[in-house]
Design a binder for this molecule. Structure first.
Ligand code: EPU
Length: 301
């Protein structure tokens, strides 16, 4: 999708930087995705105006955070990509509360809080992605989820076209799912965290890092787990038990380290990855009578 000259000029007036024809292979952890124009916002406060402008100009759009949990179509994409300001994201601590911008790196936030003797998020340390993405998906690992710590979220609400603040109690955080609308944009979060000495938090972080290193393909291109775990079960174990580690479609492959991670071994396309996902889902359905649900978010054109 190309931004027309009129819209480009007005976006610049709103402080946005435009990058034409960007390949999303560069902006996603899977290294998969087509090409489109990219808009980098300079201020959160400009979002309502930018959104009104894009609506008036009929320019479909999507906000991309860390790009670590999305599978994006190949080819020329029918929407532009927006990014929140990334440089020097705000993070501060006041008592037991941390105030963090959504564009901050999730791991960076965990260590920042740890340095202020605030713990409870050790399990999230190796989860790649932004704080905004973690909020939207209610990211979790090793018994920790971000949701229970959330006291307030400042967000752009698509329904009203305004920036609003929701209390934690107004948001539903379920397993890898939240009550935010798909078009809402997370901007800032207030978390309340338990006090814990830095050294203790560090020890917890070390344990999680070791567990992750020993069971997940961290040095390969992936989007983390492809499927949600079915109630009471493990998608990874089911796929593994079917002997599917190493199974591939083109350069899309079931990791030989963790069977719920599908990796891009070189130049996998979205179409390869989707075929692999469908194939594995079908095999698990036939063998176990379980319909696996995607954990990765699909952006299809
Ligand atoms: N297992 C196998 N073979 C495999 C993978 C796993 O037998 O190839 C077995 C393990 O031995 C273990 C069980 O399955 O007994 C569960 O495996 P694991 O501890 O790796 O956890 P998981 O349920 O596969 C979940 C999250 C991960 C998170 C880990 C650690 C989901 C879909 N996945 O994985 O999150 O890192 O727990 O807490 O909930 C993600 O969200 O993208 C993600 C990777």
């Amino acid at each position: 999708m190309r931004i027309n000259d009129n819209a480009a000029a007005r976006l610049k007036e709103l402080g946005a930087e435009l990058r034409p024809g960007v390949s999303l292979t560069e902006l996603t952890s899977l290294g998969i995705g087509g090409t489109t124009d990219q808009i980098l916002l300079s201020r959160y406060e400009s979002i309502p105006q930018v959104m009104r402008l894009l609506a008036a100009e009929n320019i479909p759009h999507k906000f991309l955070g860390g790009g670590t949990n999305v599978l994006i179509s190949d080819g020329e994409l029918p929407w532009v990509i927006l990014h929140l300001p990334k440089a020097n994201p705000g993070m501060r601590v006041e008592g037991n509360c941390a105030y963090v911008d959504a564009s901050a790196d999730l791991g960076g936030m965990v260590t920042f809080c740890a340095k202020h003797d605030l713990g409870g998020m050790e399990g999230l340390i190796g989860v790649p992605g932004s704080v905004g993405g973690a909020l939207r998906m209610n990211a979790g690992a090793y018994g920790t989820q971000i949701g229970p710590h959330v006291r307030e979220v400042e967000l752009y609400r698509a329904a009203t076209g305004e920036i609003e603040t929701l209390r934690g109690s107004e948001i539903r955080f379920d397993y890898r799912h939240t009550s935010f609308a798909p078009e809402d944009v997370m901007l800032r979060v207030k978390l309340e965290l338990p006090s814990k000495p830095f050294k203790e938090i560090l020890a917890g972080i070390k344990v999680c890092n070791e567990k992750r290193r020993s069971s997940q393909p961290l040095n390969q291109k992936s989007a983390g787990c492809i499927f949600k775990n079915p109630p009471g079960g493990s998608a990874g174990r089911m796929i593994d038990e079917l002997g599917l580690k190493g199974h591939r479609v083109g350069d899309a492959m079931v990791s030989d380290r963790h069977a719920n991670f599908f990796v891009n071994t070189d130049r996998a396309t979205c179409s390869d990855m989707l075929k692999l996902i469908d194939d594995v889902r079908q095999r698990v359905r036939q063998a176990n009578g379980v319909e696996l649900e995607n954990e990765v978010i699909l952006w299809r054109n």
